[in-house]
Design a binder for this molecule. Structure first.
Ligand code: DGL
Length: 262
């Protein structure tokens, strides 16, 4: 039993899509969320830079007594989680593109993956794709520019729609029937993607699987919070409070976002 918070980090607003699943699955747990938006997009950085930023984020969360860290970022997971697990003495939960369930469900045997350059270039992504997608054509598409638009509050812009169409149309034309969202920012694009995709395409993300795994690991390590009090949730960003807040506007009871010079 441990009353410390669950630490969650991302390169920005994307990990809030994971935080929402965790808060739903583990309603008694305190959380501490760190959005390193100043350094977004991680997906365009080198493996070494992604690793150093992930270490810095982890150290900040551990200084605040987090009992477990959720790396709520596919790019940081695929490039840094092995190192984090070897270096720090708490359990880590990562997130990777949900290729396995998509490959199992696909009838056309053609699965599209939309993810960052950093995720698609990682050896972890390649080994997962090879392991689970035998007999399946995996079409990968870099989501260049999407994170920047989300981080600057341009979800509903014309530019977003143009980019999304450019990225998904060729995969649709090739017969994709599953689109795997390989970046935690992208669940916020689902309403737009649903308008652009034919109904024959199923969208997959890994958010609920991450929450389930977090619960499983907390239980196995006897780290669940025994307190019956209402949970405390703290959110920090090193850029604009208003942008991170806008992605949490649907949370009830409301949460507060603070600026952090980080
Ligand atoms: N949200 C992140 C991910 O899941 C990273 C986006 C980025 O900063 O490039 O990959």
């Amino acid at each position: 039993m441990n009353t410390g918070p669950i630490g969650i980090f991302d390169s920005g607003i994307g990990g809030t899509s994971i935080w929402k699943e965790i808060a739903l699955a583990l309603p008694q747990e305190d959380t501490l969320y760190l959005a390193d938006s100043k350094n977004a997009p991680y997906g365009e950085k080198s493996k070494e830079d992604i690793l150093q930023l992930s270490i810095k984020n982890t150290e900040w969360l551990l200084q605040r007594d987090c009992k477990l860290i959720v790396v709520a970022c596919n790019t940081a997971t695929t490039n840094a989680i092995d190192h984090l697990r070897k270096t720090f003495g708490v359990p880590f939960i990562g997130i990777e593109p949900a290729i396995k369930p998509a490959a199992l469900g696909s009838r056309t045997k053609k699965v599209g993956v939309l993810a960052t350059k950093g995720t698609l270039a990682s050896s972890l992504f390649h080994s997962t794709a090879q392991l689970y997608a035998s007999g399946i054509e995996v079409m990968v598409q870099e989501g260049k520019g999407l994170v920047e638009l989300l981080e600057t509050g341009q979800l509903h812009s014309q530019e977003m729609e143009v980019l999304l169409k450019t990225y998904i149309d060729p995969m649709v034309a090739s017969g994709m029937d599953y689109l795997v969202l390989g970046c935690t920012h992208y669940p916020y694009l689902v309403p737009k993607l649903q308008q652009l995709l034919p109904t024959t395409v199923t969208i997959m993300d890994s958010g609920s699987a991450v929450a389930k795994q977090t619960k499983k690991v907390l239980t196995a390590h006897r780290l669940l919070n025994p307190s019956a009090e209402a949970p405390q949730h703290e959110f920090y960003t090193n850029t604009q409070v208003a942008i991170l807040s806008s992605f949490l506007a649907d949370v009830n009871p409301p949460v507060v976002v603070r600026y952090l010079d980080f």
